[in-house]
Every structure is written in structure tokens, then in C-alpha cells.
Design a protein around this ligand. Structure first.
Ligand code: ADP
Ligand code: MG
Length: 763
């Protein structure tokens, strides 16, 4: 199976998306397809043995669409390279040239529309006695001009709609273009018929009523709406463009011949890169020389530049202030954090939120139903209307209703409601250092009422330091530490690195270890010099059955320090305490979340007293300590079974099952890859205080989507019956199709601009 995302050309609207979806789905070998009407992309899962992209593209070409073959925009392998940005720019250039064409057509159409509105209003005003009759000359000129103008507008400006109508006749697949095309063609050709055969038709019809002006104005309004919509749609994707723009194009590398500037794609891991004041960091790496402050705001959202000294990590796309330093490249091209972020944001923006399923379902049955309804209403007017009012009054009303319904019922706004808001929401998150994996996560997050925190690495920095040592072995202290550090040298736990670092600092030898084993949630064990050694928490020691007096460690744990007890098979050799500083932002995170009315729980494998001391300090009152990794998941499950919607924040491999189980998993960007891959949201730099912002963002986005859906539905719900003539029996009013055109344009524009409004909110 092959999963890839492709750009689609020829798309206008949500109904296009469902046509493409339905057509491609049916092809043998296609497992699934997801079309996003805003990004104009399709994510297709297909069997390469049975079909290929060219074949799939041919299926949709008769319907007016195609897949852009050379521009595959990302698959599941990390092979994306520097061309990625170029591809995005290319698609933007295409979009811009499309918009330019739309603009040209529109500018020719607007004066014509203004003229016909002027003529129309004059007629109406004179009919109700508010203006004098139009002079014979003027009336003559306008009645000769309008048919010509309407011909131009319908066949030039309205070309896409005519084509859509033609496609509907040939292939039986209607999209919103078909509706507009059918409505305006009916108006136009009926008017032409009257014009040409006026003499013959006079006896049966009121030949004084034609629809040239309506053809002109409706097409102009719809085109205006689409133009404004296309322009704002470009804006929804600005966040990701900014990210792509952040990538540096060149790097200054240092080799045997001195400094030289190379293209970014020539940089490989291990190269030494020199950063001058004010320049951009081109790839990810570690500082080896010099120091400076680096502005990382684009990655973390934090405005304060961060101090960088040898040993610190620097990230591609961030901006040096005024120091000079050099660093060793570690990750280049598609491997950099920035490239990963771009990929993730893009995937999230084109993913589908569950709430959209409803809108999709509706818009896919909408177009055919509207066609049927409009024809039924037409027939009703012609039959019942003629019976009650006479044919010559009923027919114009029948036509007005038909045209009006076809125009107003376009489900365009409905298709834009969810994806525009998701794109803006995900983009805003990225700006704040909140990476959201998919639309479903963003949707779920607003319902969260309970947040479960892991302690080490999530609330604390995850960089513990050795504080106390108690030697009970009878040997020298450095021999005890040597044993402990040798065991920990094989472990990946944050505690282990603290001990190994301490040993290195004191020049203590690391010995060979056989049969090393990490005991999940408890500690480690291994054989050194033929003897078994164990290091870990009290659980480990009680499993061993060795006698242990916990008074030794009580003082430590009450002070929030974590004890590591070292033991042989039959005797305690000593204990070490490590302390892990609490992150500066943890307190704020806890406060903000509590103010939002969210229940907070700390879940940790660490000692009960240690955990208690830390939770008291930051203000979490529910603590579940000494849990094994699989129990973390069970606790989440338990909370869920009580009806809570649970978010779990963690960083470690041991948190991964709980992250997966939670309704929303939140990983620290500083944490392990497993945690990041499992979680739906990653907080860059492990800034836990962003969690409250993420929830707020989700609430805002969902509110935006609900408003959008409401507006999209209300237009159709109210518009269709009015267009059908429901007001006629009561007030004698038929809605002019012109207002239908206006309403239709206004609904899409209002939906897109409502989504863009999100951008201005301060999180
Ligand atoms: P958490 O990340 O919540 O602290 P873990 O399951 O990673 O949970 O660890 C639980 C406890 O197990 C630690 O607090 C520590 O006491 C012990 N432990 C785990 N790994 C080690 C190790 N490598 N060395 C010593 N103790 C360890
Ligand atoms: Mg942890």
C-alpha cells in the first residue's frame, strides 16, 4: 500500500471534493481517499500493483479535475528535502496567477453589473412611482446592450459555471458550478428565446420580463464571492508559509581551507558551521565554540532570546542576535526540527476533523437534492401557479424560483466551515510552540476536563543531579559509585544520566557490566566482576527481599529528592539521592489549568514522599505515586471509565502507553521520540505552560467551526424556501435571484473571514 498526498487542480468547492472522493473511491486498488477542499489536496492510500496516480487522474479528468503528478507533497517516509519549500512556493504562484485571472474577469464584470443594477433599480423605482419613466432612448440603448453584456458575462466570466453545467449533462455529476451554471443558463436562454421569438410568444407569455440582468448580476456576485474567498483562503495558510520561509538558503562552513559559503543542501552532519551576528541558524546542531543569545521565538513562541554556550543545542530557522559562535551540524535537511514541524503542521492542516463528517455527508447529498427540489418547485409553480394566477404570471415566478434555488443552495460555505478553522487553528498553535498532530486531536482537546501529569521530565526538568551519598558498603565511596555508575551507564533513564555525569566529574571508573537489565518502574540490575548488583527504588529492594531500614531515605524523600538504593543479592550497600529541579513554568501551568476548572493529577513512578513534596510545591493536590508504567495507562483508563475526558502529559518511554490511552496525549518536545510519536500534541521545549493555551486554542477553534456551520446552514435553510416563493402567497414577494447570488457570495466570504478572525485572538 502506498500513502501519498497530492495536489489537485480544478477544485472550487466542497462539492468538488465529494465528487472526486466518490469517483476515486470506486477505482479498484484504492483503499481510501481524503480530499481537503481548502488545501486542495488528496491523501490517497492505494495499491501500486493495481493502479497508479496517472490512472486515477484520468478518472477525474472528464469531470474537470486532475492530480498534479510531479508534486507529491509528502509521504510517510522522512525523505522530504529542500525542494519541499520550492513546491509550496510553486503552488502558491499557481494560486496567485489564478487569482489574478479571476481579478481581471471580475473587473470587467463589475461595471457591467453596476450598469444593469442601475437600469434595474430605475425600472423598479419608476414602477412604484418614485422615479419618472426611463426615456425612450435610454430604455432602447439598455435593452439592446443588456443581451450583449449578458452574453459576455455568461460565456467569459461565467465559463467555469457553464463548463460545470455541461459536465453535469454529460456525466451526471453536479457540483456547485453546475448549479450556478444551470441557474444562469436557464435565465439567459429563456431571455434569448423571448428576444428572438417575441412576436410568436407574445400571445402566451409576458415577454416584457427577461433575465439578462439577472444573468449578469448573479454571475458577478458569485465570482466576486469566489475571488474574495480565494484571497482569504491564501491567508489561512500563512503560518506554514512563514515556517517554510524560515529555512536558511546558505550556510557558512569551516573546513581545512577556511570559511566558505555553501548551499544549505550541501551541509552534512559533522560540518562545522559559523554563525555571525544577525544570521540564521541553517541546520540543527550543538555549539562548540563561542557564545551568543539566539532568538528562538519562531519555534517556541517565547520572545526572550536564549543564551547559547558550548554544549547547547541550536535549531535550524532560529535567529542569532549579536554574538558569534560555531557549532557542529547534527541534523540536516528533512531531519531538522523545523522540517519535522513543517511536515507535521501540513499533515494536521489537511487532516479531517470528525465534526466535518456531518458537513461532508450533507454537502454530498445536497447538490442532487437541490436539483430535484428546484425542478419540483418549478413544476409546482407552472401547474398550481398557473391554475391560480394564470400562466403568464406563474411562468416568470417559476423561473425566478428555479434560478433562485439553484443559486442560493450552493453548499460552498458548508465545505469551508471546518477546514478553514482547522488550518488557522493548527497554524496558530505552531506559532506558539504547540504542535498538533491532527484535526481530531484539536477537536477533542476542548472537551478535556482532567489533565494527568507525569512528574519526571514533565513537571520537573528531567535533568536530575546527585545530591547526597550514603555509603554502607564498608568499601570506599568511589568504589560504591563506580558500581552504581557502571550499571546506570547502560540505562537511558534521566536518573541514570545524573549518576553517570557525577561519576565522570569525579573521575570514577566505569566498569564492564554483564547481563544488564532495566526493571521497568523500579530500577536496574547487572553483573559486575561476577557479582549481582541492583540499583533502584524501595519496590526493587522489597522484591529482592533484602532487609532495609527506610529511615535512611526518609529525610531525602520528604525534601522532594529521589533515592536510589544500591544493593547486592543479600545486603544494602548504600544509597544516593538525586534531585530534579521543577520547571519554572510548571506552577503557571497548574494555575492556568485550575482556573479553567480542570482537574489535575500527578502520576509518577517515583517515591510517594518525593512526589508529595513536589506536588505540594506546585499546587497539584491529587498524587498517585509509585506506579509502574503499565499502571499509568490503567489509571487513565479508570478516569475515562468514570466519564472523564483525559489529557495525559508525559515525556518518557514509560509514559507512551498512557499517552496513547488518553483522549489527548501531550508529549514534551524535549522527551523521547516514542512519546512524541504516540502523542497527539507536542509542546516544543517541553513548555508545559503552553497546555492551557492549547486547550484555549481548541475551544476557540471549535467555537469558530460551530459558528461557521451555523452560518452556512442558516443561509440555505432560510434561503431555499424564500427563493422557492414561500413568501408569495402571503406578501406577493418573490426573492430576486440577485439576492440569492449576493447571499451565496456573502455566506462563503463570511465563513472564511470568521475563521481568519481566530488569528487575531491573543491566546
Ligand atoms: P517516572 O518517569 O514517573 O519517574 P519511571 O517508571 O521512569 O517513572 O521510574 C519510576 C522509578 O523507578 C524512579 O523514580 C526510580 O526510583 C526507579 N528507576 C527507574 N529507572 C531507574 C534507573 N535507571 N536507576 C535507578 N532507579 C530507577
Ligand atoms: Mg517521565
Amino acid at each position: 500500500m502506498n500513502t501519498q498526498t497530492y495536489k489537485i487542480s480544478g477544485m472550487h468547492c466542497a462539492s468538488c471534493a465529494s465528487i472526486i472522493q466518490k469517483t476515486v473511491e470506486k477505482v479498484d486498488g484504492v483503499e481510501s481517499i481524503d480530499v481537503n477542499p481548502v488545501t486542495e489536496t488528496a491523501k490517497i492510500v492505494f495499491d501500486e500493483k493495481k493502479t497508479n496516480l496517472k490512472n486515477l487522474s484520468q478518472r477525474i479528468e472528464p469531470l474537470g479535475y486532475s492530480f498534479i503528478i510531479d508534486s507529491e507533497i509528502g509521504d510517510d517516509s522522512p525523505e522530504i528535502d529542500h525542494d519541499h519549500g520550492a513546491m509550496m512556493t510553486r503552488s502558491k504562484v499557481e494560486k496567485l496567477s489564478q487569482i489574478k485571472k479571476m481579478k481581471f474577469r471580475l473587473f470587467t464584470a463589475l461595471p457591467i453589473a453596476a450598469f444593469s443594477i442601475f437600469v434595474m433599480s430605475w425600472h423598479i423605482l419608476s414602477e412604484i412611482g418614485l422615479a419618472s419613466e426611463m426615456s425612450g432612448d435610454l430604455s432602447n440603448i439598455s435593452s439592446n446592450l443588456l443581451p450583449l453584456m449578458a452574453t459576455y458575462i455568461l460565456f467569459f466570466v461565467g465559463r467555469p459555471y457553464i463548463v460545470g453545467f455541461y459536465r453535469f449533462i454529460r456525466h451526471g455529476k453536479a457540483n456547485m458550478d453546475s448549479l450556478i451554471g444551470m441557474g444562469t443558463s436557464v435565465a439567459y436562454f429563456y431571455s434569448v428565446l423571448i428576444l428572438v421569438f417575441e412576436k410568436y410568444l407574445e400571445r402566451y407569455l409576458n415577454t416584457g420580463v427577461d433575465y439578462f440582468d439577472i444573468t449578469i448580476v448573479v454571475i458577478t456576485f458569485v465570482a466576486l464571492g469566489q475571488f474574495l474567498e480565494a484571497k482569504s483562503k491564501l491567508k489561512t495558510g500563512e503560518a506554514i508559509e512563514k515556517l517554510i520561509d524560515l529555512q536558511a538558503k546558505k550556510a557558512l562552513i569551516m573546513d581545512n581551507d577556511g570559511e566558505k559559503e555553501v548551499d544549505i543542501d550541501k551541509v552534512s552532519p559533522g560540518n562545522i558551521i559559523i554563525i555571525k551576528p544577525g544570521s540564521k541558524i541553517p541546520v540543527d546542531g550543538k555549539v562548540i565554540n563561542g557564545s551568543s543569545f539566539v532568538d528562538e521565538s519562531i519555534i517556541t513562541g517565547e520572545p526572550m532570546p536564549v543564551k547559547k554556550v558550548p554544549g547547547d543545542d541550536v535549531v535550524a530557522g532560529t535567529l542569532n542576535t549579536n554574538g558569534t559562535f560555531s557549532f557542529r551540524a547534527e541534523k540536516v535537511g528533512a531531519q531538522t526540527l523545523l522540517a519535522n514541524i513543517i511536515r507535521m503542521v501540513e499533515a494536521a492542516q489537511s487532516s479531517k476533523a470528525p465534526i466535518q463528517a456531518l458537513a461532508d455527508k450533507i454537502s454530498s447529498v445536497f447538490v442532487p437534492s437541490v436539483l430535484v427540489v428546484s425542478i419540483l418547485v418549478f413544476l409546482l409553480w407552472v401547474s398550481v401557479g398557473s391554475y391560480m394566477l394564470g400562466f403568464s404570471v406563474a411562468l416568470p415566478n417559476a423561473l425566478t424560483a428555479l434560478i433562485g434555488i439553484l443559486v442560493i443552495a450552493c453548499p460552498c460555505a458548508l465545505g469551508l466551515a471546518t477546514p478553514t478553522a482547522i488550518i488557522v487553528g493548527v497554524g496558530m498553535g505552531a506559532k506558539e510552540g504547540i504542535l498538533i498532530k491532527d484535526a481530531a486531536t484539536l477537536e477533542k482537546l476542548h472537551e478535556v476536563d482532567t489533565v494527568v501529569f507525569d512528574k519526571t521530565g514533565t513537571i520537573t526538568k528531567g535533568k536530575p543531579e546527585v545530591i547526597d551519598i550514603k555509603n554502607m558498603s564498608g568499601d570506599r565511596e568511589d568504589q560504591l559509585i563506580s558500581i552504581l555508575a557502571s550499571l546506570e551507564n547502560k540505562s537511558e533513564h534521566p536518573i541514570a544520566s545524573a549518576i553517570v555525569e557525577y561519576a565522570k566529574l569525579k573521575n570514577i571508573t566505569i566498569l564492564d557490566v554483564d547481563f544488564f537489565e532495566a526493571i521497568k518502574g523500579k530500577g536496574v540490575k547487572g553483573k559486575i566482576g561476577g557479582l549481582d548488583y541492583f540499583a533502584g527504588n524501595q519496590k526493587l529492594i522489597s522484591d529482592l527481599g533484602v532487609k532495609f531500614d527506610d529511615r535512611i531515605i526518609k529525610d531525602w524523600t520528604l525534601a522532594g529528592k529521589t533515592p536510589i538504593i544500591i544493593s547486592s543479592r543479600d545486603k544494602i550497600l548504600g544509597a544516593v539521592s538525586v534531585s530534579d529541579a521543577i520547571k519554572l513554568e510548571s506552577k503557571k501551568a497548574v494555575n492556568d489549568l485550575r482556573n479553567m476548572g480542570i482537574e489535575l493529577i500527578m502520576l509518577t513512578g517515583d517515591d510517594r514522599n518525593t512526589a508529595g513534596a513536589i506536588s505540594r510545591e506546585i499546587g497539584i493536590d491529587q498524587v498517585i505515586a509509585e506506579v509502574l508504567p503499565e499502571q499509568k495507562m490503567e489509571k487513565v483508563d479508570l478516569l475515562q471509565s468514570k466519564g472523564h475526558i483525559v489529557a495525559m502529559a508525559g515525556d518518557g518511554v514509560n509514559d507512551a502507553p498512557a499517552l496513547a490511552k488518553a483522549d489527548v496525549g501531550i508529549a514534551m518536545g524535549t522527551g523521547t521520540d516514542v512519546a512524541i510519536e504516540t502523542a497527539g500534541i507536542t509542546l516544543l521545549r517541553g513548555d508545559i505552560s503552553k497546555l492551557a493555551k492549547a486547550i484555549k486554542l481548541s475551544k476557540l477553534t471549535m467555537r469558530g467551526i460551530r459558528q461557521n456551520l451555523f452560518w452556512a446552514f442558516i443561509y440555505n435553510l432560510v434561503g431555499i424556501p424564500i427563493a422557492a416563493g414561500i413568501l408569495y402567497p402571503f406578501f406577493g414577494i418573490m426573492l430576486s435571484p440577485i439576492f440569492a447570488g449576493l447571499a451565496m457570495a456573502f455566506s462563503s466570504v463570511s465563513v472564511v473571514s470568521n475563521s481568519l478572525r481566530l488569528k487575531r485572538v491573543k491566546l
